[in-house]
Design a protein around this ligand. Sequence first.
Ligand SMILES: [Zn+2]
Length: 126
Amino acid sequence: MRRGLVALGVLLVILGILIPEIPISGGYSIREIDNLCKSAFGVLGRLLSPAAQRECGKAAAVVLFSEILIIIGVVAVVVGLLKGAKSSPKEEISSAQTATVGRYCKFCGAYIGDAKFCPKCGRAQE
Ligand SMILES: [Zn+2]
């Protein structure tokens, strides 16, 4: 499941990087058009031409969309990796330290600990 999330994230990042590089008009990629629109020449062109204004708006929207894809992709990869780290096997707490329990006399029931003879009745405990 988490591998799927990481793979999906990587795919989104790749799409986000590739989409603006797709040539759409006159051999220019969306990113190139967006950069042109943001230049002084582009700003002037947008003021003079409503068509240029529309194309710049579209290019800016696609670039924004691709940036959102990259962000979502990175988040998906990070979440996928964090989930993987959390699901790694934890160190099992040893219960050996609590295993030592005092013994009781088989005959009178007095607590004798590790002694071989009962301190109360003096009988041997095997
Ligand atoms: Zn005893």
